[in-house]
Ligand binder design. Sequence first.
Ligand code: ZN
Length: 96
Amino acid sequence: MRRPRCGVCRQRVPLYDRGHRRRWRSLEDGLLKVYLEADLPRVACRVRAVVMAAVPWARHGAGHTVPFDERPRSRNPESYRRVTCSLLLGLRSRPR
Ligand SMILES: [Zn+2]
């Protein structure tokens, strides 16, 4: 088995322990919120000491997946809410 990568510097480093379960919010599926859960090990980095291992679906320390972070702003539910309210009130508005 290959050594995991450090979540900060991305170097291959020794496993420290099994860590604990983490959860990341991902893109919605229709009206449903989607979360990704995984047991995330910790690694012993020479530079950063003990940190979470890198995962391909999220940036270090983020609570969201990369696709969620990079979604177009127009898909932001707050923008939808603002546009919908503007349409209902007869106001012209553009999403941020
Ligand atoms: Zn590191």
